[in-house]
Design a protein around this ligand. Structure first.
Ligand SMILES: Cc1cc2nc3c(=O)[nH]c(=O)nc-3n(C[C@H](O)[C@H](O)[C@H](O)COP(=O)(O)O)c2cc1C
Length: 212
């Protein structure tokens, strides 16, 4: 098990060249997204959403806003990952999906709802920074799980933040409450295209800090 996970960690690479002829079937995409939803999130609020782009013309519109990176349109699927900065807010439908699950599971009682709204407001709604941090940290876990789930299924992915954030929001009519942490292309590696050598990582000693 540990060996398998290590292999998934090592096999996941940001792939530059996708095979445009090899599709990712809808069912496979669904499976990997649903596996990725097992990611942890604050109060299990799951503040992640996404747009799924398969149409070439749509992907080209995105590519133009993403430093013209060819993988955006060459991959059969490119996802616009969305972080919902208001997923904690009591007037957001997204919260009520989660709330209903909590009520059904008995994790929360009807009379505790107002308490729950208050806690969310205090933790995540304090400022624009806290809303953004809440949405993006949780969505990043989801995105990471998505990449590992894809790798485990023999797919390749490429996360990207080289894009015009506000331009993408405007072009795809993305509502105000969403922030776009990354785009992610998903597909199969193009035959014969080179995979770059694994890049060096910081060691344990290089990343652990102490403050006097
Ligand atoms: C949030 C994020 C944004 C990234 N944005 C881009 C990008 O816009 N273009 C690109 O070519 N690579 C992008 N990358 C890929 C990184 O360069 C790559 O993950 C890193 O160099 C390590 O290589 P590896 O993923 O193959 O291990 C991004 C990665 C992450 C996690």
């Amino acid at each position: 098990m540990e060996k398998e996970f290590k292999q998934i960690l090592q096999n996941r690479r940001a792939i530059n060249f996708f095979n445009p002829e090899r599709d990712v079937p809808e069912q496979l995409l669904r499976e990997l997204v649903e596996e990725a939803t097992h990611s942890p999130s604050s109060f299990n609020l799951q503040p992640w959403n996404m747009l799924v782009l398969r149409d070439k013309e749509e992907k080209m519109r995105l590519q133009k806003l993403a430093m013209n990176q060819p993988k955006v349109s060459e991959a059969p699927v490119t996802l616009i990952i969305l972080a919902d900065t208001k997923a904690w807010h009591k007037e957001n439908d997204a919260l009520h999906i989660v709330l209903n699950h909590k009520l059904q599971d008995g994790e929360l009682k009807e009379e505790q709802k107002d308490w729950f709204f208050g806690v969310c407001e205090r933790l995540y709604g304090k400022s624009r920074d806290s809303e953004l941090a809440f949405a993006v940290k949780n969505t990043a876990f989801f995105a990471m799980s998505l990449m590992y789930a894809a790798t485990a299924k023999g797919l390749q992915t490429h996360p990207m933040d080289g894009f015009d954030h506000d331009g993408v929001k405007k072009e795809f009519n993305i509502p105000e409450n969403y922030w776009v942490p990354l785009l992610m292309s998903v597909g199969y590696h193009a035959d014969n295209a080179e995979i770059l050598p694994v890049k060096k990582r910081k060691s344990y000693d290089e990343l652990v800090l102490t403050f006097p």
